[in-house]
Design a protein around this ligand. Structure first.
Ligand code: ADE
Length: 237
């Protein structure tokens, strides 16, 4: 998959792009990431990309034209216009399901806002999907873009050694993950739950399911209700 990112701060991405699973996915050719400096597409000779907000209000807004020039040049280069995402606290909240769907596309392009955001018209012109990473406001779209890149990368075929790596974990099945333990069996007086040492795979699976249900009900009653509803529906069919 290919991801293009339009940002005022491409240097923010360099460590993330070179490290751990994302670094390896890029080196192995599963993932191509291109960061574009938005100022390079400014119609202004000095590279200005922002302006004041019509109707009043504090702060500056990123103008439509630099993004439009960047996107046009990208689609000319690729021969098609990728799906465009604008990271914004106003967007639909990103979840595992949407990340998985996006990871199945050949290319996505991410627009990072800064200051007060981006001129609405460029989002409409290019049909951008607005995505948020949670109900809080960050200083810009760069960290959210990295979050999106990270979660999508690990679902690309071949990136993780084993598909079950993410099929087992929190959010994939609609439940949060059960507790896990490694050596030593006893640490600061705390023992690993007996059942996990029993070698009885049926019992272990049942314990993990019970723990998943309990942690989901405790920490995320919204997900718990959704899961219970879905199970009830499945039983009715
Ligand atoms: N930009 C600023 N805050 C954001 C958020 N919560 N999600 C996505 N993009 C953002």
């Amino acid at each position: 998959m290919r991801m293009d990112i339009f940002t005022l701060f491409p240097e923010m991405f360099s460590v993330v792009l070179g490290t751990s699973i994302i670094g390896r996915a890029r080196r192995r050719g599963f993932l191509q990431v291109c960061c574009h400096q938005l100022r390079d597409f400014s119609p202004d000779r000095r590279g200005r990309v922002d302006d004041t907000v019509f109707g009043g209000g504090k702060g500056m807004l990123l103008a439509a034209e630099p993004f439009a020039r960047g996107l046009d040049s990208l689609s000319e280069h690729l021969g098609f216009l990728p799906h465009i995402i604008y990271m914004s606290p106003r967007g639909k909240v990103l979840d595992q399901q949407r990340a998985k769907e996006l990871a199945e596309l050949p290319a996505v392009t991410v627009l990072c806002g800064h200051y007060e955001g981006i001129d609405q018209r460029v989002l409409e012109e290019y049909g951008a999907e607005e995505l948020s990473i949670g109900d809080y406001v960050l200083t810009g779209g760069e960290l959210p873009a990295m979050v999106l890149l990270d979660t999508m990368s690990r679902m690309l075929p071949g990136v993780l050694a084993d598909q079950s790596c993410f099929e087992e974990e929190s959010h994939f099945s609609g439940l949060l993950e059960y507790p896990q333990y490694t050596r030593p069996e006893r640490w600061r007086g705390r023992a690993v739950p007996e059942v996990l040492l029993s070698g009885d795979h049926g019992k272990i699976a049942a314990w993990r399911k019970r723990e998943s249900l309990a942690v989901t009900e405790r920490n995320r009653p919204d997900l718990f209700m959704k899961f219970v509803e879905a199970e009830r529906k499945a039983e009715d069919i």
